[in-house]
Design a protein around this ligand. Structure first.
Ligand SMILES: [Zn+2]
Length: 254
């Protein structure tokens, strides 16, 4: 017997596949695996309404009851209720994160978190591979080699040279060389380096141990700056640059 178009036969808690005439409690998985059809394609082929259920009414009723019970138990919360309006924009920007937040079972959440982490680390590896390729076109072994060999350049200059944002350059210098790359003087513009060298020399010539001593002698930071033909801001920046491991230089007279 053949079902009339627009009718999905159902008997004893099962629905019949109109392709192979076998009976199932739910059709979508079977259609996908055995018939190579999506639910929509199947409905269209057999003249079923777009919303026609492809699951036995027993099963569909059981699912409905289970969901209702879980809702009452507070086990799941409908996304529409869970998401305050102001949160929707943010959630839209991070669809995966929202999925993690609203999935109810811990193992599902963990799987999603692992997938997100794996995606991030793959994206990171892909970026690094692209940078390695870029470095080899410039004659370096790899990106690490390029980064270590170009510390004399400012992040802006190197960024221009390789077509990357200066922040990207700073990120990789920190990652590959460590924060110590800043102490190598490479980040200084040549003019700034020359100004600092001049201040180093002036302080040595006048026997000033540090900025504090010089300010005391000159009366104020501004007076000292005028005296040295520079700006107060430059003096402060020079002091900062001089600070750290190289403070208390050997030139300090005792
Ligand atoms: Zn079938």
């Amino acid at each position: 017997m053949t079902a009339a178009p627009g009718v999905q036969p159902e008997e004893d808690g099962r629905v019949q596949c109109l392709e192979c005439r076998q009976w199932f409690r739910a059709l979508p998985a079977h259609l996908n695996r055995r018939e190579g059809l999506t639910a929509d394609e199947y409905r269209e082929r057999h003249g079923l309404a777009a919303t026609h259920p492809l699951v036995s009414s027993d099963l569909s009723e059981r699912w409905r009851q289970q969901t209702t019970a879980r809702l009452h138990a507070g086990d799941v919360v409908p996304i529409a209720e869970r998401m305050p309006p102001e949160g929707r924009a943010a959630a839209g920007r991070a669809g995966t994160a929202r999925h993690v937040e609203t999935s109810s079972r811990p193992e599902v959440r963990d799987r999603h978190r692992a997938a997100v982490a794996k995606g991030r680390s793959m994206a990171h590896a892909n970026k690094r591979a692209a940078l390695d390729a870029l470095a080899t076109t410039r004659g370096y072994t790899d990106w690490g080699d390029l980064i270590r060999s170009t510390l004399h350049l400012s992040v802006n200059r190197l960024g221009q040279n390789v077509g990357r944002d200066p922040r990207t350059i700073a990120y990789w210098r920190n990652a590959i060389v460590g924060p110590g790359w800043k102490d190598r003087g490479g980040r200084l513009h040549p003019k700034r380096q020359a100004a600092y060298d001049r201040l180093d020399q002036l302080f040595t010539d006048r026997g000033w141990g540090d900025l504090e001593a010089a300010v005391t002698e000159a009366g104020s930071l501004n007076k000292l700056a005028r005296l040295l033909g520079t700006g107060a801001a430059t003096l402060r920046a020079w002091q900062l640059h001089r600070g750290g491991p190289r403070s208390g230089s050997a030139e300090t007279p005792s």
